[in-house]
Design a protein around this ligand. Structure first.
Ligand SMILES: C[S@@+](CC[C@H](N)C(=O)[O-])C[C@H]1O[C@@H](n2cnc3c(N)ncnc32)[C@H](O)[C@@H]1O
Length: 272
């Protein structure tokens, strides 16, 4: 096994600083520094409309970390993390390898800005790899040489689609994308998925969607039932598809007034 596999396959001029990028806007919500003026302006406009985006993004990130720890503790030894985002510590490999250092992680994102940071912060340790890939082309992800090096499809895989499918439009068939990825996984594999929703915020999201329309990817918030349909062919684990702070919280669940602020559903499921 090659350590720290990186196949970024991009050139610096692919980094578009003229339009906001969702990855860099999310980095700003999380309090990171890997963003440009254009991202900060767009993210700040979203925050002005919906201040709750900041606690929601953080709650989503905490869900990701709890879910990865769960995968590692459940015996998963290989993870594909699609839409991984600009590295934010602790990253998937840090959480997983704290449980078991031999866990292998293939990181995938379609934003070149993520690739610029991947070398040092995602693939700096052994057993991890990063490549530029688009979830809308699942076959090209599954067939990528970095996946070939890190993932053995005869063994259970942890597939992570955390806060990424809301960038996929209905006409791009998000359920079909998940199904194609699912079909490549052996039984006993896990799916970790989270997704934004307007179920708790009503009208505000239309304005926010408009801001993302000017960015490199549109935001497509969805209701609970639609997100649930992405889990076809999987068994949801307790407590099912819930607002992310309610997914196996480490401490007491947040009070209703805090929970109301989190427009993110998340779940973990197994392939049967
Ligand atoms: C909100 S961030 C989520 C980061 C991380 N998964 C988390 O939840 O903390 C969404 C990421 O998905 C990536 N993304 C958006 N559309 C994508 C696509 N079609 N294929 C792969 N990645 C995509 C963005 O570049 C961004 O880095």
């Amino acid at each position: 096994m090659e350590d720290g596999v990186t196949d970024q396959g991009f050139s610096a001029d692919q980094i578009d600083t003229s339009r906001p990028h969702p990855a860099r806007m999310y980095d700003f919500y999380l309090g990171g520094w890997d963003n440009y003026e254009v991202d900060r302006e767009a993210a700040q406009t979203v925050i002005d409309i919906l201040p709750d985006i900041v606690p929601a993004a953080r709650a989503n990130r905490e869900f990701l970390q709890r879910a990865v720890r769960f995968l590692a503790e459940s015996g998963i030894r290989q993870i594909i993390d699609i839409g991984t985002g600009i590295p934010t510590s602790p990253n998937t490999h840090e959480v997983a390898q704290a449980v078991s250092p031999d866990i292998r992680i293939a990181y995938v994102d379609n934003d070149p800005i993520v690739a610029t940071h991947a070398g040092a912060r995602l693939t700096g340790t052994g057993n991890t790899g990063f490549f530029l890939g688009d979830v809308r082309q699942p076959r090209s992800i599954l067939d990528h040489p970095t996946i070939g090096k890190l993932i053995d499809f005869d063994q259970p895989v942890g597939l992570m689609l955390v806060a990424v499918l809301h960038f996929i439009k209905d006409e791009e068939d998000p359920a079909g994308i998940v199904a194609q990825l699912r079909d490549a996984l052996p039984d006993g594999s896990y799916l970790v998925l989270s997704h934004t929703t307007a179920d708790f915020h009503g009208g505000n999201f239309a304005e926010i969607d408009k801001i993302y329309t000017k960015a490199t990817a549109t935001l497509n918030s969805r209701p609970h039932a639609e997100i649930l349909s992405f889990f076809e062919g999987f068994d949801l684990l307790d407590p099912g598809l819930v607002q992310v702070p309610l997914w196996r919280p480490d401490g007491p669940p947040p009070p209703p007034e805090e929970l109301r602020r989190v427009g993110f559903y998340g779940a973990v499921a197994t392939k049967h």
